[in-house]
Design a protein around this ligand. Structure first.
Ligand code: FAD
Length: 342
């Protein structure tokens, strides 16, 4: 082993522990943070190291108890008015200082607007790798993080390792990991960290927060318990009314494949899949969707999948819990009528 290799191993060995960045807005944590705390717990147990939550915000101490209840052993808390709203600069500064001081081996963030922005900036500053949009995480025999994500347009799943640098950083999309069981009353240690930056040294100011028009009426496909999804097999925009009816009976929402979105039959916020939303409903009904890998990665972890397709060889049947080979224009109205009777 040459000197350089010895030095690399020594450097890497100095890093220990799994961290989850707790994303919050106005003191409300994003659900993905707890999903990551769940997977972070499993990784920490496999490595035999503590799981830490990193909480940065203003008036956010109560989130530490929540983090403990979802599995964290300790929480690094940086509570200061500087962090009232997310800005890259101060969050980047504090994350990098914490990493430099405590040297975690794994850092996880949600693949949200905030997480994507912060993770990229942090990885660049601390000179490590970042695997974005992971769909599963594990530990190999040597204690390295195995980060799996779709690659080459979703045609293969690639497992990426970062064995030369630390920390190993990954982002994971909301709803990809299951929500962990909460254990209220579970305790941990809060480590108060000082704020390394003052308002006058930050170049950006938030002047106004403008809520997106119609945001209140927006359909939350990602959080829905029942989704009726349509694909190219629907043939036309007006045929989605049939899916709306079924979704309404179930108390769910309508989603769709990228083909349906590209055809202008649905808005982009309803697209399910690799370049759309990742969903985990109780029931996902796929109507006239073939089951391309890019669609499957966004919905295959649903509790139950009902596929309606007239082609018995359609790949969607490979992930379906129940498959109906038939014409959706007959099956969907019949299903809606049956649900109505119940
Ligand atoms: P098709 O593949 O054309 O399938 C239509 C299905 O309808 C067929 O199986 C057919 O048998 C069935 N059908 C037709 N008529 C009827 C009927 N009357 N009754 C019953 N069944 C009927 N796709 C996504 O969905 N989400 C993504 O996020 C996404 N991201 C992508 C990212 C990249 C980089 C790439 C390259 C592609 C992506 N795609 C995505 C596209 C994906 O590869 C497929 O092209 C798309 O999912 C196909 O949509 P579909 O199943 O609606 O259409």
């Amino acid at each position: 082993m040459d000197e350089e290799e010895v030095e690399r191993r020594r450097r890497i060995a100095a890093y220990r522990g799994v961290w989850v960045f707790i994303e919050q807005n106005d003191g409300e944590a994003a659900k993905v943070s707890w999903e990551l705390t769940g997977v972070g717990r499993e990784l920490a147990d496999q490595l035999g190291v503590p799981l830490s939550a990193v909480i940065i915000g203003s008036g956010v101490e109560r989130l530490a108890d929540l983090a403990f209840s979802y599995g964290a052993d300790q929480a690094y808390l940086v509570d200061n008015t500087v962090f009232r709203q997310y800005r890259t600069e101060p969050f980047l500064e504090v994350m990098c200082r914490l990493i430099d001081k405590h040297k975690p081996e794994v850092v996880l963030m949600g693949a949200t607007g905030m997480g994507r922005d912060l993770a990229g900036a942090v990885a660049t500053r601390v000179k490590t790798g970042l695997t974005a949009d992971c769909t599963s995480l594990g530990i190999d025999g040597k204690g390295n993080l195995m980060q799996t994500r779709p690659a080459f347009g979703g045609n293969i799943m690639a497992t990426i390792m970062c064995d030369r640098f630390r920390p190993q950083m990954a982002t994971v999309r909301p709803h990809v990991m299951p929500m962990p069981q909460q254990r209220p009353g579970r305790t941990g240690t809060i480590i108060h960290e000082s704020c390394p930056i003052c308002e006058s040294s930050i170049f950006t100011r938030v002047l106004e927060v403008i809520t997106e028009k119609g945001a209140k009426d927006k359909v939350d496909v990602a959080g829905a318990e029942f989704i009726v999804s349509g694909g190219r097999g629907l043939m036309a925009k007006e045929n989605f009314a049939m899916l709306e009816e079924l979704a309404e009976e179930l108390g769910g929402v309508v989603g769709g494949s990228r083909s349906a979105v590209d055809a202008g039959w649905l808005s982009q916020d309803r697209q399910v899949g690799q370049t759309g939303k990742t969903v985990r409903p109780k029931i996902y009904i796929a109507c006239g969707i073939s089951g391309a890998i890019q669609h499957l990665v966004g919905m295959q972890d649903s509790d139950a999948i009902i596929a309606i397709n007239r082609d018995s060889d359609a790949p969607i049947f490979e992930v379906a819990t129940f498959g109906i080979v038939g014409d959706l224009f007959q099956v969907v109205p019949a299903l809606t009528a049956r649900v109505r009777e119940m």
